[in-house]
Design a protein around this ligand. Sequence first.
Ligand code: SF4
Length: 504
Amino acid sequence: MQLAVWTYEGPPHVGAMRVATAMEGLHYVLHAPQGDTYADLLFTMIERRHRRPPVTYTTFQARDLGGDTAELLKAAALDAVARFRPQALLVGASCTAELIQDDPGGLARTLGLPVPVVPIELPSYQRKENWGAAETLYRLVRAFAQPRSTPRGDRPTCNILGPTALGFRHRDDLVEIRGLLARLGVDVNVVAPLGATPADLARLGEADFNVVLYPETAGVAAEWLARTFDQKATTVVPIGVGATRDFIAEVAGLASIDARPILAAETSRLPWYSRSVDSNYLTGKRVFVFGDATHAIAAARVAAKELAFEVVGLGTYSREQARDVRAAARDLGLEALISDDYLAVEAAIAAAQPELVLGTQMERHIAKKLGIPCAVISAPVHVQDFPARHSPQMGFEGANVLFDTWVHPLMMGLEEHLLRMFRDDFEFHDEAGASHLGAAPAPVPVPVAVEAVRWAQDAESELRKIPFFVRGKARRNTEAFAAERGLATITLETLYDAKAHFAR
Ligand code: SF4
């Protein structure tokens, strides 16, 4: 048992729903108790889809448990096929149905349905949503994909794997990547699961290679395609200018084409914006990054290499990809935080004292509580992160979006300067936050690093003259400096000595 108020991911059958809802011509019969239809709202409300997910729930109730719940499953499967006439049926259980062990897939198969039945077994008590999506896509690909039946054409072709329903910016990422591939002269064979039918999955083998946009959802299917049809897959996720350029080079290698023209015609504004003089104040901003593994790794690279931030924390809730995040963190001299406990994430953020948090909807709440600016980089997200406007994360346009989204919550350079100059002014006083963020945030709580060290009155007053957004760091550094030298009290002199020491 684990006490959880927030969870980063839903149960694995929500992952299966994301795949089924993304596809066309597929219906999902879900053995689930009454009330599990709440998951429909994720798609109709948060993603604002204009129709219900293609899911039939058995919605058994307490009184059904005394009878034959297996019959409910059979009736639901027959009804779904008659009513929706899908090309194929996906059949599985939610967490509660897993406990009553009706074997939904086996039952559906005994019905002699006129369409293929794909059973999915999702261990709801060990695994979560992204794993459920990956497993479902893998099972579907295994069930339908056929080897190449036509000879290789003149132009290279690829499949795009990974975009799902309820995916963070998947819709717009796909537009960007399609554009990039078109400019490279690579034809797209099948996009899956978003928009694909089971018949489209049968054609997966016709492509020369696979573009894996989201390893969390498509990694397992891509590995199977590599083993079975000898299709290579991309490994670079094109988020950020550097990663997009690496992705283009990787695709060009797989397609045996020349990437130089498209690399020479790079169209992102991020490199120039981040080099322009107004971005000087961004240099060294302390940023904490948390999200799914793919977006967290990508964000850390963009933050450190393209915006000159200092990454002071990196972590993920994706345990399946923990190794990759650990490696990325090591490269930045950090130890990765692998956790799906938001309280552990909150404690890590409070301890790292960042000036910006890049995270999920949960970190937005945490950052708000701590009074730290924040931008969202990864699911789980709320309705505002399914925007009406084009808003990709991937490709060159995605990099433009990243620049705007991440810099916006920070205080503008001039405002930062004014806050420092006029710290006693009624408007720009010491505790005032950025004006575009509305009310002043609560001051960031500063953990006392070393209890034994005491602050003398004059040193404490001097510390308060330092702008609030760097005060935590100054306090920590000075306390560490004093502790190392065995000083019991921090005087004005200690404060200045520490400042000189760390400025070296
Ligand atoms: S079956 Fe799972 S998802 Fe449905 S209500 Fe129970 S715990 Fe929640």
